[in-house]
Design a protein around this ligand. Structure first.
Ligand code: NDP
Length: 435
């Protein structure tokens, strides 16, 4: 806290992890001697740079760019790029820290990283987004590589942006390499990568429900966000017979009492991915739905909540509303969407609660599979990738149960995920000496 006083999200993420691994850590005095905690909390490297680009009116714009290479004890640095006006160093450091544990949990050989910019793609033309991505890559290309650091998408960085970034990387290096994941299918992308985070979150949810003999079928689900993760979480819920009642964006949320079916979801995909519109337009298209400006969906009555928008989007009061309304399970599609007081309420009330680093690890897992396919110069079928994804989510769930089950039988998924993720990275760091 003294060293990084201006990075509240980073302090929040670290403070949430450390108490949960303390017991396991104390069993290993050699960790303390190697000052492992400090070495694991402070990123290996932080790059910060200016990005200059020209908008459609000919104005010269500048933004900040970052890449945090947090830890590469178990594999090359790996983690997404975020473009959002709220991006700053502390937010990316929290995300890179979390990514290290998450990637460890996936069972694949990937270290942790994160990057991005305070550039907002909102309202920008396609040509502006392309010029910005090219300017961003003009700096980033020096520090990434298929065996060094492999970025991917995150908020504001989807298939379009990854394509432009990849094009510029090739232009600068003359190399066609698996240096980014989330690429288009014709140039080395993996089938099921766009679906992976949302689908994986729902696979994890079904495993959690199964520990209490409950089925997802017939359940009512609240989902926040309407981007990549929210769309595919909705799709999988629909496929498995649940009813999704809400979606949101940073301006508000829609409640559809009839449920968002496959046809309505297709409309949302077109609205958000192609027209780049706002979720309030859903209520204009489907008049039975109600739009709530400036609010989040957590006061609606349902069985399950899947926060899939952004960090710190559920506070204590909203968590209590979810509990009071009968929610039995919360699985995070987003990273750190629940504030610490919200997590406490979920756990005190014995909800099935999965932190993002466990339940949203499907995205980076399939990114890892994309890296494998690029190395092999092969493409796997959608079925093969989906089966891998299911297996990985199941393994992550089992690891959480192994390390997180308390004396009363309650599974603390936060503890389980943190301990499982930590032990692998710690053991690799110990073997590799003081570096
Ligand atoms: P997208 O950019 O596709 O969608 C983000 C959604 O969240 C949009 O609906 C956006 O609304 C909303 N949102 C963004 N910022 C805020 C905010 N400050 N308040 C309220 N709503 C907001 O991103 P993704 O779906 O890819 O990412 C969503 C979350 O999932 C993030 O936490 C990300 O880190 C996490 N995640 C993503 C993975 C992936 O594979 N994509 C992998 C693992 C985690 P608007 O359109 O108004 O900006």
């Amino acid at each position: 806290k003294q060293r990084f006083p201006n990075e509240p999200e980073y302090i929040q993420a670290v403070s949430q992890v450390l108490p949960t691994i303390e017991e396991e850590y104390n069993k290993h005095p050699e960790f303390e001697k190697a000052n492992l905690i400090e070495r694991l909390c402070v990123p290996d490297r932080v790059y910060e740079f200016r990005i200059t680009w020209v908008d459609d009116k000919g104005n010269v714009q500048t933004n900040m760019g970052y890449r945090i290479q947090h830890n590469n004890a178990i594999g090359p640095y790996k983690g997404g790029l975020r473009y959002h006006k709220s991006v700053n160093l502390g937010i990316l450091k929290f995300l890179a820290f979390e990514q290290t544990f998450k990637n460890s949990l996936t069972t694949l050989p990937m270290g942790g990283a994160k990057g991005g910019s305070d550039f907002s793609p909102r309202g920008k033309s396609d040509a502006e987004v392309m010029r910005f991505c090219q300017a961003f890559m003009n700096e980033l290309y020096r520090v990434i590589g298929p065996d060094e650091d492999v970025p991917a998408g995150d908020i504001g960085v989807g298939g379009r942006e990854v394509g432009y970034l990849f094009g510029q990387y090739k232009k600068l290096t003359h190399q066609f390499q698996g240096v980014l994941t989330g690429k288009g299918i014709p140039f080395g992308g993996s089938l099921i990568r766009p679906e992976a985070t949302g689908y994986g979150t729902v696979y994890f949810l079904t495993s959690m429900l199964a520990t209490r003999g409950i089925e997802l079928k017939g359940k009512k689900v609240l989902i926040s966000g309407s981007g990549n993760v929210a769309q595919y979480a909705t799709e999988k819920c629909i496929q498995l017979g649940a009813t999704v009642l809400t979606l949101s964006d940073s301006d508000g949320y829609i409640f559809d009492p009839d449920g968002i079916d496959a046809e309505k979801l297709a409309y949302v995909k077109e609205l958000k991915n192609v027209e780049r519109g706002r979720i309030k337009e859903y209520a204009e298209e489907y008049p039975n739905a109600v739009y709530h400006a400036g609010e989040r969906p957590w006061h609606e009555k349902a069985d399950i909540a899947l926060p899939c928008a952004t960090q710190n989007e559920i506070n204590g009061e909203q968590a209590q509303a979810l509990v009071d309304n009968g929610v039995i399970a919360v699985a995070e599609g987003a990273n750190m969407p629940s504030l610490p007081e919200a997590i406490k309420i979920f756990q005190d009330n014995k909800l099935l609660y999965a932190p993002g680093k466990a339940s949203n690890a499907g995205g980076v897992s399939v990114s890892g599979l994309e890296m494998s396919q690029n190395s092999e110069r092969l493409s796997w079928t959608a079925e093969e990738v989906d089966n891998y994804l299911k297996r990985i989510m199941n393994d992550i769930h089992e690891n959480c149960v192994k390390y997180g089950t308390g004396a009363d039988g309650y599974i603390n998924y936060v503890k389980g995920a943190n301990v499982a993720g930590f032990m692998k990275v710690a053991s690799a760091m110990m073997s590799q000496g003081i570096v």
